[in-house]
Write a protein that binds this ligand. Structure first.
Ligand code: PG9
Length: 632
């Protein structure tokens, strides 16, 4: 009756109070030095991708610089609401100074399935093939995008470069597969290359559980609207309370995500990982596009990728189109301020130098068709320790392996004979895993104001660790001459565990002099130059997980991340060995379980670890050349 009554009685007519909001607001751009528009570009399967196009005012015959991203094109192109192009671009993922100085047309696109684009999101969408039955992938989407851009942006000169960091650095690698003819330059910066071997998901099989928050926010909604919540200010407590990465993921709803389910189904290096490793994919094709790979020496996220790709494609580089830069940066640091990282100072703004002396001439030469512009060196490598840039013809150049032996008396000795019977021993207790940095470990994040100094943890002072009884420490005598290494150190352990599985973490460390007059707080500083983890169950093969024989000395050999460092006279060389790196990596229960993601609390047991004195680190030693301005 009430409803009927409402229908019969006409609503009372009030005098209008018109809305003050126009039906459509046309934003003026008076005084702007650019124009910006968003378009939906249609891919070959009909899916439309949101693409932001920014054209500098007055641009003519200008090259296009493209970034494809899962991290929201709209926000990446509006770091400030400003009439000034450099102001809106400055920030993550854009070398804004170079882009503006070069007069580039800037294009940033949401990948399929994210933010403003249509379609389905698949993490690091594999190439069409065994892992992707559809005819579309990042290679085809980039091809179709470039084809549209060069035909629909009248101000362009028809030449396109693609640049990006991290995931946005993986996408330029995908663009190199069946590249569009207008693609004239690729700049993969700190790219994701092999998520299992050494980039974002695992390192030699140990799971990087600290990325759970990223996975959750990145894959469970199109616009990253579902947020990971903090239950503890100290991440160490949160992960300890959960027990295993699998349990925490369950508690946070991650099992609803297809990507999480794939991670759990593929804990080992099976075809799922091998078939999407970009270094393996690109190794099978010729190099046809000038490519500048960018590596950060303290990259906490993708420290494996750039050099892995360089090694894979350089043999196919008949026209010397491949370049490599190694800078003293954290992840993405090449676009920031590069005069220091944490407590470590480099004497100049290394990132600004690289952008002006390497990135800009590379882009100008290939995108402006300015073949007169000087080509950049094959390799531009910052040498930490001496704080000098080195221009090299190849990487790592003429290094030779010299053994740094883990000897008796907690000594690290260059080249000494082995003492196979003796060992150092420690107890690895999963209830007290070694923190990867001093606690409290604020939730994963970049906000220094919140103490979230994720970007600089790799240069933390390692004294906290070396003082622990569950960290075996070996240190050389004070050096009387410089020791230079260029390349990847290789850990060769002979070790036993009383358990039936174990993780081995090896860290190569530069120990500063006991006193540093010019900077007293650096006295005795222990700076990690290279370090990584290896999950023992894969010692017979990354695709062959097996229990370890308890209390039996077994050999382990695995690469450590690329270094380009001089241990100066007065310094010492240190090696630390431990069996947890928490909560960066999930704990190894140290007893065999089929899948550690599903380990139960009772599986986690203490283990007695022995590092035998026939263990050593292969150091890629280089004869020191006296520095002269000419070698810059
Ligand atoms: N490679 C970075 C990342 C990926 C996955 C987890 C955490 C970090 C990145 O694309 O930012």
């Amino acid at each position: 009756a009430h409803a009927q009554n409402a229908q019969q009685t006409p609503a009372p007519q009030y005098p209008a109070l018109p809305s003050e909001t126009p039906a459509e607001f046309n934003a003026p751009t008076v005084g702007f030095n650019y124009t910006k528009r968003s378009v939906m570009i249609t891919m070959r399967d009909g899916t439309r991708l949101n693409t932001v196009i920014i054209v500098p005012k007055g641009a003519q015959n200008a090259p296009i610089l493209l970034t494809r991203t899962p991290y929201d094109a709209a926000s990446l192109t509006s770091h400030a609401e400003s009439s000034d192009l450099e102001s809106i671009l400055s920030g993550y993922d854009n070398a804004a100074d170079v882009i503006v100085q070069g007069g580039y047309i800037r294009v940033v696109q949401d990948v399929r399935g994210k933010y403003g684009s249509e379609g389905d999101y698949v993490m690091n969408r594999p190439l069409s093939g065994p892992l992707n039955p559809t005819p579309v992938d990042h290679s085809t989407d980039t091809y179709d995008t470039i084809d549209w851009l060069v035909k629909n942006i009248p101000e362009t000169n028809g030449r396109v470069g693609i640049i990006g960091i991290s995931y946005d650095g993986f996408l330029p690698l995908m663009a190199l597969v069946n590249p569009h003819p207008a693609l004239k330059a690729a700049v993969p910066m700190n790219p994701m290359v092999d998520g299992w071997m050494g980039d974002d998901w695992f390192h030699h099989g140990a799971f990087r559980q600290i990325n759970l928050s990223y996975i959750m926010e990145q894959v469970v909604t199109r616009g990253n609207t579902a947020k990971w919540y903090t239950s503890n200010y100290d991440d160490y407590d949160m992960y300890m309370r959960a027990g295993s990465a699998g349990e925490l993921a369950r508690q946070r709803g991650l099992e609803q995500s297809g990507f999480w389910r794939k991670l759990v189904q593929h804990p080992g290096y099976d075809s799922f990982w091998q078939q999407q490793a970009m270094d393996k994919i690109l190794a099978k094709q010729p190099v046809t596009v000038p490519t500048l790979l960018v590596h950060s020496l303290w990259d906490a996220e993708d420290i494996y990728g750039p050099v892995a790709v360089y090694k894979a494609i350089k043999p196919n580089d008949k026209d010397n189109l491949v370049h490599l830069s190694l800078g003293p940066w954290n992840h993405g640091g090449a676009i920031g301020e590069g005069s220091s990282l944490g407590a470590i100072k480099f004497g100049s703004d290394t990132a600004l130098y690289w952008r002006q002396a390497v990135l800009r001439p590379f882009l100008d030469r290939h995108l402006k068709g300015n073949q007169a512009a000087p080509d950049i060196p094959a390799v531009t490598a910052f040498e930490t320790g001496t704080n000098q840039w080195r221009n090299l013809a190849s990487w790592p150049g003429a290094s030779k392996p010299v053994a740094l032996r883990l000897a008796a008396g907690q000594k690290a000795v260059l080249g000494a004979a082995a003492d196979a019977k003796a060992y150092d021993e420690y107890v690895s207790d999963p209830s007290k895993p070694v923190p990867f940095r001093q606690r409290p470990i604020p939730p994963y994040g970049y906000d220094e104001a919140k103490g979230q100094s994720w970007p600089r943890w790799m240069v933390d002072d390692q004294r906290e660790a070396s003082g622990r009884t569950d960290v075996a420490t070996f240190v050389s005598d004070v050096l009387t001459a410089p020791v230079k290494i260029s390349g990847e150190p290789v850990a060769n352990l002979l070790a036993s565990t009383s358990g039936t599985d174990s993780d081995w973490v090896v860290k190569l460390i530069d120990v500063y002099p006991d006193q540093v007059g010019s900077n007293p707080s650096m006295g005795g500083y222990q700076l990690m130059i290279s370090g990584d983890i290896f999950r023992g169950r894969y010692r017979e093969g990354y695709d062959k997980p097996k229990p370890l024989a308890a209390n039996k000395p077994l050999s382990y050999r695995f690469g450590l991340p690329t270094a380009n460092h001089v241990f100066l006279p007065g310094h010492r060389i240190m090696v630390q060995v431990q069996s947890s790196w928490f909560p960066l990596y999930d704990r190894n229960p140290q007893t065999w379980v089929e899948n550690i993601f599903n380990a139960r609390p009772e599986d986690y047991k203490k283990a007695t670890q022995r590092i035998y004195h026939s263990s050593f680190i292969e150091l890629p030693m280089v004869e020191m050349v006296p520095f002269s301005a000419g070698s810059r």
